[in-house]
Design a protein around this ligand. Structure first.
Ligand SMILES: Cc1cc2nc3c(=O)[nH]c(=O)nc-3n(C[C@H](O)[C@H](O)[C@H](O)COP(=O)(O)OP(=O)(O)OC[C@H]3O[C@@H](n4cnc5c(N)ncnc54)[C@H](O)[C@@H]3O)c2cc1C
Length: 489
């Protein structure tokens, strides 16, 4: 008899865990509350326009390749990955534009924003990121088996570079770059994990290093193609994928999990249960009387996303463009301290149709316009709140010289923090679970194996090692290794 695993949630982490466990001989059922699989890696299409509604850029493509190889397949047989060049176009409040590429000589046209000392600082910053990555991939990105940290779990901290490794992210950026333009550019990276540069640890210098050294990638046809590839594999391998199956309770006896109960009344038995939904929701499903969920002050940021299909092309746009606010520090103070949508938000415009004409029928453009937003429970995001935020987003774009597109919009949709929260059962719509402010939050996320309940595991962006698509796949790898180690008998 095969052992049975039930996975709560068919997000990227749930699907990757399902594939890995099936390869190891488990009988796997994935219960997804939504109509489709992939979780936040989701899509929307209308009138011939196709959109990713979640991730728009991936890094560490080898992590995706490894997953497909584990299932005896090849990523390139399912998805064509394209390396982004340039990585992004940055537009500052004073009108300065910077085309950021991973080839330094290409920075020359904008050299007036770079001091000679910044070049030296750039190499040092990159070296710091490389060292941090080297330490992390042997340790932090590989394991963290227990709920409570042990000395060995903290071994990674011992190996951090003494200078800066323990410091504050923004201060580390400021120590390496004199140019305020480059400071703002590199200060952006903690937002990749929903955090503020002014509160995150310098260890996040790994992120700009990984992007610069190994590229930012896109999947032709949209990043949802990756999910489709995983679903093809899962179906072929016999994973039981159940949509519209909301888990309302994890059954356990004397703290040994026995299976799950669904909202429709069905019960699914399981030798192990893997929580891919937000880790902070686990205690409620276990029926713990003191389950409180995550306080809003611990949460990573959410986002406000406008998806727009345009009837005309915008040839001047890059695939990825950033329109920076005038005062970055104030923006993050509003997001994390005042917990309100910023007066002057930094706006990310992703125009994948610039590199991939398969996303539109004939002429036109697909725009994914995103601004960071706080993950509050109380925000209604009704028409009035959306309208106010939309005006601020478009005012920032207008001030940055973005073309007027209002009369060209053919289709549109909006994802608010409230919609993100409701669709994926994530408190406040916090995209990455808890924020990574301070070393404790960054290093000690909920572990992949519960020490309180036998047979209960966690996977995904809200647990160890954290959010962002490649990290979620590493999380699945760690979780499966733990299941293999602890659930043999
Ligand atoms: C707007 C946006 C932009 C992003 N941009 C990027 C990017 O550019 N690059 C990048 O790498 N990452 C990006 N991310 C983050 C990335 O999408 C996530 O880190 C990753 O997809 C999370 O995967 P996961 O498996 O951990 O969780 P999820 O995708 O949240 O999957 C969890 C699943 O569990 C289901 N679920 C929850 N509770 C239950 C229950 N009780 N019963 C049944 N099912 C349940 C949910 O419906 C969901 O499908 C972005 C996310 C968003 C929203």
């Amino acid at each position: 008899m095969k052992k049975r695993a039930v996975i709560i949630g068919g997000g990227l982490g749930g699907l990757a865990t399902a594939l890995r466990l099936t390869v190891n001989g488990w009988q796997v059922t994935v219960c997804e509350q939504g109509d489709t699989f992939g979780g936040k890696m989701n899509y929307w299409s209308q009138a011939g326009f196709q959109f990713d509604t979640g991730p728009s850029l991936i890094t560490m493509p080898w992590v995706f390749q490894e997953l497909f190889e584990t299932a005896s397949s090849r990523l390139q047989d399912h998805v064509e990955l394209i390396q982004m060049h340039p990585l992004a176009q940055y537009v500052y409040d004073d009108g300065v534009r910077f085309t950021y590429t991973s080839s330094l000589p290409e920075w020359l046209p904008t050299v007036r924003m770079i001091e000679p000392r910044d070049v030296e600082g750039f190499f040092k910053f990159l070296r710091l990121g490389a060292r941090l990555y080297d330490v992390s991939r042997q340790t932090f990105l590989k394991r963290r088996p227990l709920d409570r940290p042990r000395a060995t779990d903290l071994g990674v901290l011992r190996h951090l570079p003494l200078r800066y490794g323990w410091g504050n992210y923004h201060k580390t950026v400021a120590a390496h770059f004199q140019s305020p333009y480059l400071q703002q550019l590199y200060d952006r990276y903690p937002t990749y994990v929903g955090s503020s540069p002014y509160a995150a640890p310098a260890t996040l210098a790994i992120i700009p290093y990984l992007e610069f050294a190994f590229g930012g990638w896109y999947a032709r046809g949209g990043l949802y193609r990756i999910v489709q590839g995983l679903l093809e594999l899962a179906t072929t391998m016999g994973v039981d994928l159940i949509p519209r199956a909301q888990v309302v309770r994890i059954e356990h006896e004397n703290r040994k999990v026995k299976g799950v109960h669904l909202a429709d009344g069905n019960r699914l038995p399981g030798d192990v249960v893997v929580m891919n939904g937000d880790a902070s929701e686990g205690p409620k499903l276990l029926g713990e009387s003191n389950a409180q969920g995550m306080p809003s002050t611990h949460r990573s940021m959410s986002g406000l996303v406008f998806l727009l299909g345009l009837r005309r092309e915008l040839p001047g746009l890059s695939h990825h463009s950033l329109y920076f606010s005038a005062d970055y520090r104030r923006e993050f103070a509003q997001l994390f301290d005042e917990r309100c949508f910023p007066d002057d938000p930094t706006v990310y415009v992703n125009t994948p149709s610039r590199s991939d004409r398969s996303l539109v029928l004939g002429e036109g453009e697909t725009l994914f316009i995103m601004a960071n937003a706080p993950a509050n429970d109380g925000d209604l995001w009704d028409e009035e709140q959306i309208g106010t935020a939309r005006c601020r987003v478009f005012e920032r774009l207008r001030r940055s010289g973005f073309p007027d597109i209002e009369s060209d919009i053919v289709v549109s949709d909006v994802w608010t923090p409230r919609r993100i929260a409701g669709t994926y059962s994530m408190p406040g719509g916090a995209i990455y679970g808890a924020h990574s402010h301070g070393w404790r939050n960054a290093f000690l996320r909920p572990s992949n194996k519960s020490t309180r309940y036998d047979g209960l595991y966690r996977v995904g962006g809200s647990s160890h090692p954290g959010g962002g698509t490649p990290t979620v796949l590493l999380s699945a790898q760690i979780t499966c290794e733990l299941i293999q180690r602890f659930e043999r008998g």
